[in-house]
Design a protein around this ligand. Structure first.
Ligand SMILES: [Zn+2]
Length: 293
């Protein structure tokens, strides 16, 4: 078929069919036209919509500014902790980080089992909790404003579009993200790539805080209990036990050069205290054997 013939055929289509086609095209355009008019409507009524929830809009904008400012401080903490970095590592590390994120954090960032890290993590958690609250409030307010738009426009607008048009938010608000540590493995030929990531979201932050608290608590306990073991107490326990090993029964009386030691029945590392009830006299041999168990 030649071009001129196609043209001829088209011209031969009866005008009724052209009409139907034109109507169909018009119907197809309706949603696009409504979408555009919805945005025009919201833009034109921006002040009216803002004024309809004046206090709530003002408060959410204030909150967003304060979040942006607080986030700047968080970024300082994040950089001090050497987070938000990508670390080149082996494929084994990439595969394993999520089994024990804490130890990989300790190894590859400045996060450690210190009071400083603990305070930093608590600060970050407070921030991300308030960020989550902010977003809840914002969502609710978006819905309230949405419901003030005439029904006919509603199917053609998304909540985030309302957000974009209505509020005066600092662009940095949309930069707020969880701290992370990324691990990347690239094979020597560069053919194979694997990535994984520790994201310090609220849940992860809570777990890290518990980890650090636990470790600091144990260290504090150990230090304190060890410091309570004085020369006097040691002597008093040996005397109480009649200078006799509480396991084998060997005593100074039988073996004058026997080396006696004072032992924690429940070890300090397992929460045992330095108190007479938890202390016993052992000969060095039994004490080594007990320690080896
Ligand atoms: Zn013994």
């Amino acid at each position: 078929m030649k071009k001129s013939e196609i043209l001829k055929d088209l011209l031969n289509i009866p005008p009724e069919i052209w009409m139907v086609l034109a109507i169909l095209a018009g119907i197809a355009l309706i949603p696009i036209i409504l979408k555009i008019s919805t945005i025009i409507y919201i833009r034109a009524n921006r002040e009216k919509l803002r004024n309809s929830e004046k206090q709530k809009v003002a408060s959410i904008e204030n909150e967003s500014d304060s979040l942006v400012n607080k986030y700047k401080k968080c970024l300082e903490v994040i950089s001090d902790l050497e987070l938000n970095q990508t670390i080149d590592c082996s494929s084994a590390v990439v595969a394993n980080i999520n089994r024990d994120p804490m130890s990989y954090l300790v190894k590859y960032s400045n996060v450690d089992y210190s009071h400083k890290s603990l305070d930093y993590m608590k600060g970050l958690l407070v921030f991300y909790n308030s960020y989550a609250e902010f977003y809840d409030k914002l969502q609710k307010l978006n819905i309230r404003l949405f419901n003030k738009i005439p029904v006919i426009f509603r199917p053609f607008i998304k909540l985030d579009k309302i957000e974009e048009v209505i509020y005066d938010f600092d662009d940095n608000l949309y930069e707020i993200d969880y701290p992370y540590l990324k691990f990347s493995y690239v094979s020597s030929a560069g053919r194979s790539k694997r990535n994984s990531e520790i994201e310090l979201n609220e849940e992860q932050l809570e777990a890290i805080i518990e980890n650090i608290k636990d470790r600091i608590g144990k260290e504090g306990h150990t230090k304190h209990q060890r410091s309570r073991m004085t020369k006097e107490l040691r002597e008093a326990i040996k005397k109480r036990d009649g200078y006799t090993c509480q396991i084998c029964g060997n005593s100074i009386e039988e073996e004058p050069n026997l080396l006696l030691e004072v032992d924690h029945i429940v070890p300090v590392s397992k929460g045992g205290k330095t108190e007479p009830d938890n202390l016993q006299t052992l000969c060095w041999k039994c004490n080594r054997e007990k320690g080896g168990k």
